[in-house]
Design a protein around this ligand. Structure first.
Ligand code: UD1
Length: 367
């Protein structure tokens, strides 16, 4: 009989919640695993955090660090200081981290130095762009973690090239797609499309929050202008991330956007409503990592406003097209999609809704 195991999963920012929810469900099947959730509080607004716990049926975190915003150094350092105290109190057998946010790297560093093994879910993704904070977080986290769970085969190659031993790498599929599949039916009950006065297939969904797009005044102004160039006959719905909202206000763009009656700016939207918005959109324009994957699974055309992606499978197999800040290219690709001339994607290998079960089984058998 195995001893009782304590596994501690870390969430911090919006894209983490949908990755840990299926992990939590998978561990419920193991009687002698006590799966705990710790929230660093990197994201703290109701619509960036609490609503996701409700929508995803995620249990309340047993620990909350209340870190909030700050510079990268401040945020990372604060998480490290507070997380160390939790490790001393909870004494987990394993720490599980997901994705690439500052909370991911901070908790990994603390755990490893305390001698606690770390499992990194969504390991091996590389944009090869070290100006992205997430790329640094990914490289550091992967280099010191013990179990590396990979969503797509490029991740295996990247890790091997960085000298990671084969026996640490597991190709298991995508936990974000586990959540999507699990909640898709429930999202059919969402009224968001009609509440926003939209018609299915008659709108373009936009999300932008990366510093490379929203922190630069010149680019942000061009983005604001870009909306007028998108195919006519489509409304534009744009849930605005707090960082983007701040920059729109700083550069006096909010009023300009509100004057365009095709554009609907909204607060950040909950998980189920957002699934519904994605599924019924004609196309999505984004700079998010997760949305590139979700649109690939839903087979909705996706224009990514980044020069690179750490998720190349979404281009090779899925519906994703990289346009960076080439506004002519965005216009041309959007017109192609509106005219039904877009590429049709397929669903990547192992994106089948069972990644978390595979991960739980592997980890359980290791202890
Ligand atoms: C973080 C992640 C990014 C992820 C994104 C998803 C890092 C380095 N970046 O970026 O990888 O794609 O989350 O959203 O970890 N703010 C609020 N309320 C909140 C959260 C943030 O108002 O609940 C505001 C604050 O003013 C803050 C700014 O948004 O300064 C940015 O938040 P932060 O956590 O620093 O990074 P994100 O841009 O959200």
């Amino acid at each position: 009989m195995k001893k009782k195991l304590t596994f501690l999963s870390v969430v911090g920012a919006r894209p983490n919640f949908m990755k840990v929810a299926p992990i939590d469900r998978a561990f419920r099947k193991y009687e002698n695993v006590n799966h705990l959730i710790l929230h660093t509080g990197q994201h703290y607004d109701k619509n960036m955090s609490k609503i996701f716990f409700e929508d995803l049926e995620l249990p309340q975190p047993s620990e909350y660090l209340g870190i909030g915003s700050g510079t990268h150094a401040e945020q990372t350092a604060k998480v490290m200081i507070e997380f160390e105290k939790i490790i001393d109190k909870v004494k987990p057998d394993l720490v599980i981290v997901v994705g690439d946010v500052n909370s991911t790297v901070a908790c990994t560093l603390v755990s490893v130095k305390k001698g606690i093994p770390v499992a990194h879910i969504e390991a091996g993704l590389r944009s090869f762009d070290r100006t992205m904070p997430e790329e640094i977080n990914r490289i550091v986290t992967d280099s010191i973690s013990d179990f590396l769970f990979v969503t797509e085969k490029s991740g295996i190659d990247n890790l091997k090239k960085e000298g990671i031993a084969d026996n640490k790498i597991y190709f298991v599929g995508n936990v974000m797609i586990d959540s999507l599949k699990y909640h898709l039916e429930k999202s059919e009950n969402s009224k968001i499309v009609s509440d926003l006065n939209l018609e299915k297939q008659k709108y373009i969904l936009v999300t932008l929050h990366r510093p490379s797009n929203v922190d630069d005044e010149n680019i942000l102004k061009q983005i604001a202008k870009m909306f007028s160039d998108l195919p006519i006959g489509y409304k534009i719905v744009f849930p605005v991330h707090p960082r983007t909202k701040k920059m729109f206000e700083e550069y006096n763009l909010t009023n300009h956007l509100n004057l365009n009656d095709r554009i609907k700016l909204t607060e950040p939207i909950g998980y189920l409503d957002f699934l519904s918005l994605m599924k019924n959109a004609k196309m999505v324009i984004t700079d998010s990592g997760g949305i590139q994957e979700e649109t690939t699974y839903l087979q909705i055309p996706c224009i990514t406003m980044r020069k690179n992606t750490e998720r190349p499978i979404t281009i090779e197999v899925g519906t994703n097209i990289l346009c960076g800040n080439d506004f002519e290219m965005i216009k041309t690709e959007a017109e192609k999609i509106a005219g039904g001339k877009n590429k049709l994607g397929n669903i990547p290998e192992l994106w089948d809704g069972n990644a978390a079960n595979r991960i739980a089984e592997i980890l359980y058998n290791k202890f």
